[in-house]
Design a protein around this ligand. Structure first.
Ligand code: ADP
Length: 351
């Protein structure tokens, strides 16, 4: 397969299993996105702690301290930011690190906030360093220094801001600078969801979408959802399409297996791109150790796609390990892919 085909495949896959938000998600998630903490399934420690922090802030009649949410895409960071706004009874302004390109953009957003408002910055690790400098006094003292003009005529104006809560979300907490990280009072990491929680999420979504689904079918979708509610909801919709066209409209185990097989999603929830990464590591680098850049170059993929989407789940299921010299395939991954046999054919029953 040449590189353009690989790249086309990965684009197809982006639509199905990607943990990034697609247009369909944006439209459909409006109804699937939990709006109250009681609808937010799983991540129990996190939601218990958040509940206490919110109640304490409400009792003190103060805004919640700044919150940093980290974890792989699709695990509920944006949902939580909206839930916090709902539970605190405040407004939320949503933006993202790359969208705030100049300090002036940030000043505009901050000066428009009302007391108690929430400012949600997604991908906060991608804020530029100049913008970041402006955010420190805003977070700490609710003020912002704006420099007008240049050289000898430069003047600094101080703007007082209304007390607000900044909620930052990041897939890479490690890329946040220490001064920014230290200005968050509350820090939570979201972990991949276990199957029983994903079953609950799928069952809830099926109910909202008025789809009939058997317990065993919900469980099978959960097992193949890479620990991500966003993927779980997306697979549910793909299976729904399948049963509406080829089945009787009800989602059973067989329909899940056939529909997901047709989308190239195997029993572990791996898709074409995951398998391509594993295959490239085995065939071009003898199983590693190898750096992400080299794998990405071989597959004509962006290193960020592999770092954010492919790698975390492969690490989580023990298919990859990190070593000081790069990433290495584990025996478990080789067994799953059938690399132990001389013809390197995928193991029977991959799907
Ligand atoms: P992130 O911001 O981390 O990328 P989102 O908050 O956008 O993730 O979550 C993606 C989708 O997954 C949501 O729109 C929602 O439908 C679903 N979801 C995420 N977390 C949960 C949860 N704990 N309970 C129920 N649904 C969830």
């Amino acid at each position: 397969m040449d590189k353009s085909q690989i790249s086309k495949k990965s684009t197809e896959r982006e639509k199905i299993v990607t943990t990034q938000e697609t247009e369909e998600d944006v439209i459909l998630n409006i109804s699937l996105r939990p709006s109250k903490l009681s609808d937010f399934i799983g991540q129990k420690d996190l939601s218990d702690n958040l509940k206490v922090s919110m109640e304490a802030a409400r009792k003190r009649k103060e805004p919640l301290e700044h919150v940093l949410l980290s974890g792989p895409p699709g695990l509920g960071k944006t949902s939580l930011a909206n839930i916090i706004a709902h539970e605190m009874g405040t407004r939320i302004t949503t933006t993202s690190g790359p969208a705030i390109s100049r300090p002036g953009d940030l000043v505009g957003i901050l000066t428009n906030l009302e007391a108690g408002d929430i400012l949600f910055i997604d991908e906060i690790h991608r804020l530029s360093s100049t913008v970041e400098e402006y955010i420190y006094p805003a977070m700490e003292n609710f003020e912002i220094d704006v420099i007008m003009d240049k050289g000898p005529y430069a003047k600094t104006y101080k703007f007082n801001l209304k007390p607000f809560t900044l909620i930052g979300a990041t897939t890479r907490a490690g890329l946040l600078t220490a001064p920014l990280r230290s200005r968050f009072g509350i820090f939570h990491h979201l972990d991949f969801y276990e199957t029983p929680d994903l079953v609950k999420i799928i069952t809830r979504s099926a109910k909202i979408l008025s789809i009939s689904i058997e317990g065993s079918a919900a469980e099978e979708i959960s097992r193949r959802s890479r620990g991500s509610p966003r993927v779980a909801n997306r697979l549910l919709r793909r299976v729904r399409d399948w049963v509406q066209v080829k089945g009787d409209g009800k989602i059973g185990l067989e329909a899940v297996e056939s529909a997901l097989k047709s989308h190239g999603i195997d029993k572990m929830g791996l898709d074409n791109v995951d398998r391509k990464v594993i295959q490239a590591m085995q065939e071009s680098f003898d199983g590693g150790p190898v750096g992400i850049e080299s794998i990405a170059a071989t597959l004509n993929e962006e290193p960020d796609t592999i770092i954010d989407i492919v790698e975390p789940f492969l690490l989580k299921i023990g298919f990859l390990k990190r070593t000081p010299r790069g990433r290495e395939l584990t025996r478990k991954a080789c067994e799953h892919m059938g690399f132990s046999n001389s013809r390197r054919e995928p193991q029977k029953g991959l799907f």
